[in-house]
Design a protein around this ligand. Structure first.
Ligand code: SF4
Length: 315
């Protein structure tokens, strides 16, 4: 949940999630729609699916418990080198270094390396991490370096005068701490245009389940598609556009510029009128019941921006 998301944002999600799925078994048996609904707003939806797949694997292969050994943890869907080392060290004090961006930053600065910690400098990162956790208390050690990185050895403005490691820090000694670690050059984002639709009829909103092969597949959302990937939506006769809004979504390395149209129809359009909308399924949700449904955050914002312009009597 914490990937690219701040702790304050995650806490209410985490609490709701644990109260809905208190055990591995509950998560394994959960309805995927309910799971995705509780995750909506956090983004990176494959994490939710992987979490459930891992819970199912844990039920089948490990008696409903998270395994202890690193290689068993790595066999679970969505658990890679960093997460398995973090679980093994923090939960069981096993001597594995959990090397994420935080540890990479601190280690790169300590030895003042200009090698990329993810590529040609990887072996050095692992050897420093391993030497540290071999001293004992691997879980505490990993967490203490993570804390140092997030509170003191900050990416842009490291607070070196406060740092307990400064006397051993080669980058500080050379005054090059702000230059490290070496950043990899990011590829330019791919820019796309997309269209979205807020379709209202009989005080209900049309939702579309994203098809497999689409971004956010399996998720309920307002209907949206990349321009040109689907025929333009022709509003049914008797309908009127009541609002529109633009917003930007970033998905992986894509910057997607949305134009969302709010359209109100006289009555619910026929299946034929909706057949070009790209979706695995469609459903109408009464606006009064929308509070129980969580959509991806950009769609929530588009709804708030457009529905405010519509005078509806929902009493
Ligand atoms: S002295 Fe500065 S650069 Fe070095 S580890 Fe501490 S905070 Fe980071």
């Amino acid at each position: 949940m914490l990937q690219q998301t701040r702790v304050e944002t995650v806490i209410p999600y985490y609490e709701r999630f644990l109260s809905a799925f208190p055990t591995v078994k509950d998560l394994a048996q959960a309805d995927t729609d309910k799971l995705l609904n509780l995750w909506a707003g956090l983004g990176y939806y494959s994490r939710a699916r992987n979490l459930q797949a891992a819970a199912r694997q844990a039920m089948e292969d490990f008696g409903g418990q998270l395994p202890v050994k690193l290689e068993d943890l790595r066999s679970l869907k969505g658990i890679g080198a960093y997460t398995s080392a973090a679980i093994a060290s923090i939960a069981h004090d096993a001597p594995h270094a959990a090397i994420d961006g935080n540890l990479e930053r601190v280690f790169s600065r300590l030895i003042a390396t200009r090698k990329n910690p993810k590529t040609d400098g990887r072996a050095e990162m692992e050897s420093i991490g391993q030497a540290l956790v071999n001293l004992g208390r691997a879980g505490d050690l990993n967490q203490s370096v993570m804390d140092l990185a997030s509170a003191i050895c900050l990416p842009k403005e490291p607070k070196c005068p406060l740092c307990p490691l400064r006397e051993n820090c080669a980058a500080f000694a050379q005054g090059i701490q702000r230059e490290l670690p070496l950043k990899k050059v990011k590829a330019a984002p791919i820019e796309l245009q997309a269209e979205g639709l807020i379709l209202i009829a009989e005080e209900s909103l049309l939702l579309a389940r994203r098809s497999s092969g689409q971004w956010l597949s399996g998720l309920w959302d307002i209907p949206w598609w990349i321009e040109g990937s689907s025929p333009p939506f022709a509003a049914p006769a008797g309908s009127a556009q009541f609002a529109s809004c633009a917003h930007l979504r970033t998905i992986t390395q894509h910057k997607i510029y949305f134009q969302v149209r709010g359209i109100r129809c006289e009555g619910k359009p026929t299946a034929q009128e909706l057949e070009n909308l790209p979706a695995a399924e469609l459903r109408w949700v009464p606006l009064r019941e929308m509070h129980g449904i969580n959509l991806p955050r950009p769609s929530e914002k588009a709804l708030a921006a457009t529905l405010g312009k519509l005078e509806l009597d929902l009493s």
